[in-house]
Ligand binder design. Sequence first.
Ligand SMILES: *Cc1c(COP(=O)(O)O)cnc(C)c1O
Length: 354
Amino acid sequence: MIAAMDVQVTKTGKSKIGEVDFNNLPFGKYFTDHMLEVDYADGEWKTVSIRPYQNLSLSPALAAIHYGQAIFEGVKAYKDREGNPFIFRPLDNFKRFNLSAERMRMPVVPEEIFMEGMRQLVSLDKDWIPMKNDYSLYIRPFMFATDEVIGVKPADTYKFMILLSPTGPYYSAPMRIYVEEHYTRAAPGGIGFVKAAGNYGSSMLATALAKEKGYDQVLWTDPFEHKYVQEIGTMNVFFVIGDKVITPDLAAGMILEGVTRDSAIEVLKEMGYTVEERPITIDEIINAHKAGELKELFGTGTAATVSMIEELRYKDYTMKFDTATWKAVPAVKKMLTDIREGRKEDTRGWMFKI
Ligand SMILES: *Cc1c(COP(=O)(O)O)cnc(C)c1O
């Protein structure tokens, strides 16, 4: 049970909800009426406040901007058929958030602040949770260093915040993916397994170059030989080869342990698929393709849920797929959407009632 927590709530005088076109929701562009904010200083978390969404006033010497102590999470809230609001697996995001905090030498956020704070904020702005298929309210918890000193050291002060953003389908079209062989996202001992802002900063160039070639995202490979595949931009990756589903394992600590990845594995197993978590090389993928055994491939992530990959390019070898004939990916996507939108029973306690 989460202890009762004092939250200082200041409600907006006028909701902005009428100004947002819910039929056209570019990802992460619109924010709800309120935000949550709490500061860490003197070794403790101060009073949690929920107040109208607004700009912050920050020092140009802010430590996070200079040295990158900044982490985040991505969570989603849905409504069931009766309109009751739920959050999907927020406790898993809470645990991962603190794993990120520890790796980045930042203070952990107490469970009651993260969970109860999120619950109260989403509850206050619940009218912003769209009820349409594939739509949801994206929840963005994040923390950054707020020391006002340009000296390299773990900061003494931090800010934890939560923003909410109504969202529609993220990548509606199947993706075209470029296998990256020059740039590296993560290496052993690095920060690839945590949700640190810097992982994204370092990925922008490779992604931009892939876009110039006509691709949506890169598929990262290992830092030594560029032979083992890791993950895609903001998603974990799965390959249906023959009658098995294969996804890179987490052992090397270089890929993000996605909550959607875990959900997809569970659902695939329940549907009778054999799922293997193990190292997988680009050669194995190409050989499977040449043998006609590479059936389906997809990415998983909170923002995009489950996204089909219709084209995979490695050097000059292009693999194209007719996604209209696929079975596994639409089935996983439907199962997850049905659980999240309350059409299928939640047997695993994934839906956190608000
Ligand atoms: C967030 C993220 C994912 C997906 O994780 P989910 O918990 O499923 O949202 C995958 N890869 C990276 C690099 C990420 O940042």
